[in-house]
Design a protein around this ligand. Structure first.
Ligand code: TGC
Ligand code: FAD
Length: 406
């Protein structure tokens, strides 16, 4: 890449010119590599051309824009930090985070499609699967040929997945799977599900359950006021015969699914910033254009207080995500650090959305602007992948050394 006279490359220069648009108040772009900026630009362009023009309508109809799975695959959103050998991106963890940020600027549900596929389906197969399973499933998932889902939560076991009752019984070369999973993103449209179930000794195993297996059904859950452009369902297992070759051989116990959650929660810590930026950007522009009492509402101190606090909190969230990314790149991001970032950044985004909604007055509640959709989406993001309070307790446990869950 050609350098300019002051040593910055053309891409860095362009990112700087776009600074206002990206709201990079603390110059974090200077800490990003050429690859990060390229990935961000490509995903952002895709979101602008493919997601933003249609997302309000899909959300209004509570319909999943299924055609976007292919596009997400083409821009490398599925498993961006998994190895190229399996058809994945081979990028670092910061690139993965930035991709999630740009997707969630479009819609949390679109980011969810990528989070589940990459972090909750491909990652466990990559981390805990056999080489044969990796070669068989990962390229198909990376290319969007297969859609995957992740079954951990049950009707009676949400925050406490260790209490799960979904179970398998040994039957020679297969396991017989019984039970039910609830609130499963993408389950009604999924080709495969990574499912966590207890064996006869009470140990948790992970397995790949395929669409079409007898006894498997995945009814859709209707009536969500949040994440309406993302499809959610159940997974019901009635004597499903799962071949033993479908079991992930390299993990036993709750740390299997919880490790996947760490990967996905990391992505959400970045993703939420995207939703916050879209709300902030919308409110800032509106405040400069909307005239009341003879001047733009952005000229009133109370509006400036809202905007100043929004950009302060967004900047803190950006710094947290960036530092977490540098730790993740060297394998040093702890689950508790990830919990802190997920909790803080999602709450920041929700607060920003609520403040932005106020700045737009009545217009803020309409689908002319993206704020209400982001706000409703973020209510789910605050709850899934571990609720706001569960992450608080994880931090509490980390700093006190005392486990509030036992
Ligand atoms: P606990 O005894 O603390 O831990 C059991 C084992 O797991 C290890 N561990 C972790 N490992 C990796 N990453 C993490 N984040 C880990 N957290 C714990 C731990 O070291 C231990 O290992 P070992 O070797 O000693 O066995 O387990 P617990 O039963 O007391 O539970 C602790 C608690 C409450 C923190 C945990 O259960 C929890 O995180 N609950 C929240 C459940 C949750 O987040 N569910 C999410 C479902 S998936 C989802 O929402 C997808 S949304 C998808 C989308 O659309 O984007
Ligand atoms: P509960 O666990 O019943 O919690 C209810 C309330 O009690 C919460 O406020 C919680 O913080 C609080 N609480 C619970 N325990 C404690 C405690 N010890 N101390 C203090 N407060 C406590 N799951 C999957 O496996 N795969 C998916 O793809 C998936 N996608 C989802 C998509 C959507 C749209 C939604 C809404 C959820 C999804 N989930 C998924 C499930 C999600 O992870 C759970 O909803 C979440 O973990 C909380 O579980 P719960 O809803 O059963 O709430």
């Amino acid at each position: 890449m050609q350098e300019t006279s002051n040593g910055t490359t053309a891409i860095q220069k362009k990112a700087k010119e776009d600074r206002y648009q990206y709201h990079d108040y603390y110059g974090i772009d200077e800490l990003l590599s050429e690859e990060h900026l390229l990935a961000r630009g490509a995903v952002r362009d895709w979101v602008k051309s493919e997601v933003s023009p249609v997302i309000e309508e899909y959300a209004e109809r509570a319909e999943c824009p299924r055609h976007l799975f292919k596009g997400l695959a083409e821009i490398g959103a599925f498993g961006p930090s998994l190895p190229e050998k399996y058809g994945c991106g081979g990028m670092d963890e910061i690139a993965y985070g930035i991709i999630m940020q740009e997707l969630e600027r479009g819609d949390s549900g679109i980011r969810s499609m990528a989070s589940v596929q990459g972090s909750l389906v491909m990652y466990p197969i990559y981390r805990f699967g056999s080489e044969e399973q990796k070669m068989h499933y990962l390229p198909k998932l990376a290319s969007g040929e297969y859609i995957g889902c992740f079954g951990l939560t049950e009707p009676d076991h949400g925050s406490n997945p260790g209490g799960m009752i979904t179970n398998v019984k040994d039957d020679g070369d297969a396991y017989i799977l019984n039970g039910a999973k609830m609130w499963i993103t993408n389950s009604p449209v999924a080709d495969i599900a990574v499912v966590w179930a207890k064996n006869e000794e009470g140990k948790i195993l992970g397995m790949i359950v395929e669409k079409g297996m007898k006894g498997l059904s995945a009814p859709e859950i209707h009536g969500k006021w949040s994440l309406r452009a993302s499809i959610t369902g159940e997974l019901i297992f009635e004597d499903v015969r799962v071949p033993k070759k479908n079991v992930l051989p390299n993990v036993v116990g709750l740390k299997g699914p919880l490790s996947c959650l760490s990967k996905a929660r990391y992505g959400i810590a970045w993703g939420a910033i995207g939703a916050a930026l879209d709300c902030y950007d919308t409110a800032l522009r509106y405040s400069q254009e909307r005239i009341q009492f003879g001047k733009p509402i952005g000229g009133f101190q109370l509006t400036q207080k809202k905007l100043a606090e929004m950009i302060t909190e967004i900047t803190k969230a950006q710094l947290l995500a960036w530092r977490l990314g540098t730790l993740a790149n060297v394998g040093k991001a702890t689950p508790a650090q990830i919990s802190m970032a997920k909790r803080n950044n999602v709450y920041t985004a929700l607060t920003v959305a609520r403040e932005a909604r106020q700045i737009l007055g009545g217009m803020g509640i309409t689908n002319e602007y993206p704020i209400m959709r982001h706000m409703m989406n973020l209510e789910t993001v605050l709850t899934y992948e571990g609720t706001h309070d569960i992450h608080l307790l994880i931090t509490g446990m980390d700093v006190t050394g005392i486990n509030a869950f036992k």
